[in-house]
Design a protein. Sequence first.
Length: 154
Amino acid sequence: MKSKTILFINHSPSKNTLRLTNHIKNKVKSLNPKIQLITLNTNDTFVGSFDLVDAVIIGTVENFGYMSGMTKDFFDRCFDGLKDKTQGLPIFYYVRAGLDGEGSQMAINKILIGLKWRQVLPPLILKGEWSDNFIELLEEKTLTFVNGVEMGVY
């Protein structure tokens, strides 16, 4: 079976969100050698980043009750170029939300519908004050997603 490539797009502006990103990046690489994980900051992600990608993970923070401006910028820059090129792409995303994450979730879900990407797992909203449990919750969901991609379930 050929290895699969997952693009992990993240906006990690704080020490804790960087912990989430680094944990996932290291965990996927150590536990699933059949997955090539390409990790890019939202600023470094372009339409061409999706060439030969089998699935996508997006990690963002909530700012003012909405996805981060950097995540929105990624979607603004890439939406038109991706909408006909990546239909059906499996995606899982998470939001590190100081509030409730609802605005971020609603906006991202609408964009994903427009892109015709397939949300194969519900988004993970890590809300409220920081908890080290967020790392475990994200690891569980991410590994479920990654293993599903690797097995061809998604």
